[in-house]
Ligand binder design. Structure first.
Ligand code: TZP
Ligand code: MG
Length: 228
């Protein structure tokens, strides 16, 4: 990320500080909620310390996706927690999201950057070293390292990076790295030590019986690594 880009993201508007807001990054998944309303689970997790929420909806009609995004945005804005929209620039614009997350076959980053306000950050999933090298020439604000471990939550993934892959990426780029895939309380520590700036978590938060307590436990791991 360029110096000017960093200034935009920390100076204008919401005063978002990357990579800080990416530390404990909840990615939503309706199937993991056990019938509970999404907003209840998100709110509980945010109270436990989630610093960023990505709305990921693969099957919703656009109108329902926008409604869900606006509802989350109304919930999160007063709490100062940024909302990221997965895949869809139009939905992000409609709800005034603070970030967008794109995959390798989604809207190209350059076009997304042109459409979005300058203070909206863009994350890009990387599945190969080539993806990472290409990202260095793109207007990307963070990389999603996808997946770090195999996960039943998403099975159509590329080969997992593993900790060695994550360490390799840390040496290849100065961009914030958000690790995703199979991350839980038992491996969070080693993922952070391998160079992740943030942990993106689906089931370990969305399916937790107590999402607030689960988020607190993740926060305790961050505190262990960066004692105040
Ligand atoms: N992208 C790569 S892995 C994944 C996504 C959305 C799912 C991660 O889910 P979980 O439950 O945290 O392993
Ligand atoms: Mg995508």
């Amino acid at each position: 990320m360029s110096v000017m880009r960093r200034a935009v993201l920390s100076g204008v508007g919401q005063g978002l500080k990357l990579p800080d807001v990416l530390r404990l990054y909840l990615v939503t998944d309706q199937a993991s909620l056990g019938g509970r309303p999404l907003t209840d689970v998100v709110l509980a997790a945010v109270h436990g310390g989630v610093s960023c929420v990505q709305l990921r909806e693969k099957n919703l009609p656009t109108r329902d996706f926008v409604a869900q995004a606006c509802a989350l945005q109304a919930l999160l804005t007063p709490l100062g927690v940024p909302l990221v929209i997965n895949d869809r620039i139009d939905v992000a614009l409609a709800c005034g999201a603070q970030g967008v997350h794109l995959g390798q076959s989604d809207m190209p980053v350059e076009q997304a950057r042109q459409m979005l306000p300058p203070d909206v950050f863009i994350g890009l999933s990387v599945e190969s070293v080539d993806d990472v090298l290409r990202a260095a020439r793109q207007p990307v604000d963070y990389l999603g390292v996808s997946p770090v471990y195999p996960t039943p939550t998403k099975t159509d993934t590329a080969a997992p990076w593993g900790l060695a892959g994550l360490r390799q990426l840390r040496g290849l780029t100065g961009l914030p790295l958000v690790a995703i895939g199979g991350i839980h309380l038992g491996n969070a520590h080693e993922v952070l030590r391998a160079g992740a700036s943030g942990l993106a978590v689906v089931s370990a938060l969305c399916a937790a019986a107590d999402p607030c307590a689960a988020a607190r436990s993740f926060q305790a791991i961050f505190s262990e690594l960066t004692p105040s």
